[in-house]
Write a protein that binds this ligand. Structure first.
Ligand SMILES: Nc1nc2c(c(=O)[nH]1)N[C@H]1C(S)=C(S)[C@@H](COP(=O)(O)O)O[C@H]1N2
Ligand SMILES: [Mo]
Length: 188
C-alpha cells in the first residue's frame, strides 16, 4: 500500500449510509450451525465452530470501504479474527499463492495471499460495535479493505489455498481479477 495515494480513490463518492449489495438471496445462518473451514494447500487444515472462532484473539480495526459501483464509506470499525493469525495457524504450503474465499450460498472471490497479510484484513463478526446484520454477512464476513469490496465475502464459511490465480464469482462475470481501487481496476 502506498501512503501517497488519496484517501478517496478516483471515480468514487462518499456515502454516509451503508448500501447492501449481493447476488442472490440472504442466507440465514445461525451461529450454532456456522462453521469455517480452511483447507487446500495448507499443512494444518482448520475447522472452526462459532465458539472456537470467538475464543481466538479478537482484533478491532477501522478502515474504509470502496465499492466498485462507486460508493465509498469511511471509518468502519470491524471486530473479528485477524487474517494473519488464521494464516499462521493453517501454515500454507510453499506452493500456495492465492486464496479462494467460499461463502454460504455459493459466492466465491479470489485474493493473493500476500494481500491477506496486512494488519487490517480480518474475518469480521461486528461492525461499529454491533454484530453484523444478516444483509451485511452475518455471522461473519471477510474484510479486505485495500481492494474493492466485492473481495470482502459476506456469509463466509471457508478459505481454500491454491497455487494459481483463479477467478471467483464476480471475477468470472468480468470484474477485475485483482481489484485495486486506486488503479480503478474495476472490470477486466
Ligand atoms: N457472499 C457474498 N458476498 C459478497 C457479495 C455477494 O454477492 N455474496 N457481494 C460483494 C459485493 S459486490 C459487495 S459491493 C459487498 C457489499 O457488502 P455490503 O452489502 O455489506 O455493503 O459484498 C461483497 N460480498
Ligand atoms: Mo459490489
Amino acid at each position: 500500500m502506498n501512503n501517497n495515494q488519496p484517501r478517496l480513490p478516483a471515480g468514487q463518492r462518499l456515502t454516509e449510509d451503508w448500501p447492501i449489495l449481493h447476488y442472490g438471496g440472504i442466507p440465514s445462518i445461525s451461529t450454532d450451525e456456522w462453521s469455517f473451514k480452511i483447507g487446500g494447500l495448507v499443512e494444518n487444515p482448520i475447522d472452526l465452530n462459532w465458539n472456537d472462532f470467538m475464543d481466538l484473539p479478537q482484533l478491532k480495526v477501522t478502515s474504509d470501504i470502496h465499492c466498485v459501483t462507486t460508493w465509498s464509506k469511511y471509518d468502519n470499525e470491524w471486530e473479528g479474527v485477524s487474517m494473519k493469525l488464521l494464516i499462521d495457524m493453517c501454515k500454507p504450503k510453499e506452493q500456495a499463492k492465492h486464496v479462494m474465499f467460499h461463502s454460504y450460498g455459493g459466492y466465491t472471490t479470489n485474493v493473493p495471499i500476500e494481500d491477506l497479510l496486512f494488519d487490517n484484513v480480518l474475518i469480521a463478526h461486528s461492525h461499529n460495535g454491533s454484530p453484523l446484520d444478516p444483509q451485511h454477512g452475518a455471522p461473519a464476513r471477510g474484510v479486505v479493505p485495500h481492494l474493492y469490496f466485492w473481495k470482502s465475502a459476506k456469509w463466509v464459511n471457508g478459505m481454500e489455498f491454491i497455487t494459481d490465480e483463479e477467478p471467483g464469482f464476480w471475477e468470472n462475470y468480468g470484474y477485475h481479477i485483482y481489484g485495486d481501487p486506486w488503479k480503478e481496476q474495476r472490470y477486466s
